[in-house]
Design a protein. Structure first.
Length: 328
């Protein structure tokens, strides 16, 4: 009982502090290649034919303040505009809908071949977001009775509500048949997302990602490959490094990852296991994050599910190079 009380008190203090000054970070997807438009707007239209993607993430389900993020996206190449178009809708719910964020983004990308083996693709993204706070779900120190817990009404004046704003992002990809890499900058205009009086800028997010698809042996006709990958991300004072490897054999894809978060002096977060099944039209993946930071084992890890459907389209006599990169 005492331990539970301490946790609630700590939560109330953190909520109060967060209303005064917040250093926000974007929602995180473990299977970042399974949500390509969210990773880098330059991925719009990279499969040429229409593609529909859905992602669901439940982070730290053992905590009462779990983070649940869902997204859905659609993209395809449109020859008449010499580029790709994409649409992504995302909803992020923190602490059982205490803080709710919904974002709608439109994307345009353009591909330029450099030579027979290498191409560059650049993308631009415009977004509209709405963030809302449910004040009734917050708890404060003056609501606590030393013996009975949270039984009083707070004297704190209700604040917050919702904020709406626009946001801009851009990215670039370079790829050949075997190697690929990209760079993206989100929140170029650093929009204000403050829910109270004052300004709270959403800091720019810088993402660098790279990897390769290496055939295991040419004699294998099932297309077995190894795919080492790296991702580095920085947003404000927050830094992240992902190192991992995918193995693809036939319709089965498996991967192992280490994710390190640098905030202060410590640099560790979780080990990740990914398993997926795919064919030419449908891809389904699941990943589990094993938390190894100071929060373990109370968090319950993180679960993530992804689904992608690639629709068939009529082939045209147009030179178009698709990027060969992991699907999860």
């Amino acid at each position: 009982m005492k331990k539970a009380m301490k946790i609630k008190i700590l939560g109330a203090i953190l909520c109060s502090i967060s209303l005064m000054q917040v250093f926000a970070q974007d929602p995180e997807f473990t299977q970042f290649y399974a949500n390509p438009l969210y990773l880098n707007p330059a991925f719009a239209g990279t499969t040429k034919c229409p593609r529909f993607v859905m992602n669901y993430r439940n982070q730290w389900p053992s905590l009462t303040g779990t983070f649940v993020t869902t997204s859905a996206s659609y993209d395809q190449h449109v020859e008449t505009i010499s580029g790709g178009l994409g649409l992504i809708v995302m909803n992020d719910r923190a602490a059982q809908n205490t803080l709710n964020t919904t974002t709608v983004s439109g994307i345009y990308s353009y591909q330029q071949p450099i030579n027979r083996k290498f191409s560059i693709k650049a993308g631009f993204q415009a977004s509209y977001f709405q963030k809302s706070l449910d004040w009734s779900k917050l708890t404060f120190g003056d609501m606590i009775d030393p013996r009975k817990g949270f039984i009083y009404e707070t004297n704190d004046i209700p604040r917050g509500g919702n904020v709406k704003n626009i946001d801009f992002s851009a990215g670039i990809l370079g790829f050949s048949q075997m190697f690929y890499g990209g760079f993206a900058v989100h929140h170029l205009n650093e929009p204000n997302e403050s829910l109270i009086v004052g300004t709270s800028r959403l800091p720019m997010k810088y993402t660098v990602h790279a990897g390769a698809v290496i055939p295991i042996k040419e004699k294998y006709k099932d297309g077995s490959t190894l795919s080492p990958n790296i991702l580095y991300r920085r947003q404000g004072e927050f830094q992240q490094l992902n190192l991992g490897l995918y193995v693809n054999k036939g319709p089965i894809v498996a991967g192992v990852w280490f994710r390190g978060l640098l905030f202060g002096e410590k640099y560790r977060d979780s080990f990740i296991a990914t398993l997926g099944v795919q064919n030419e039209n449908i891809r389904v993946g699941y990943s589990y994050d094993v938390t190894i930071s100071g929060l373990t084992p109370a968090t319950g890890g993180s679960h993530e599910v992804s689904l992608a459907i690639n629709f068939e389209c009529r082939p045209k006599r147009v030179k178009f190079r698709t990027i060969a990169c992991p699907s999860f």
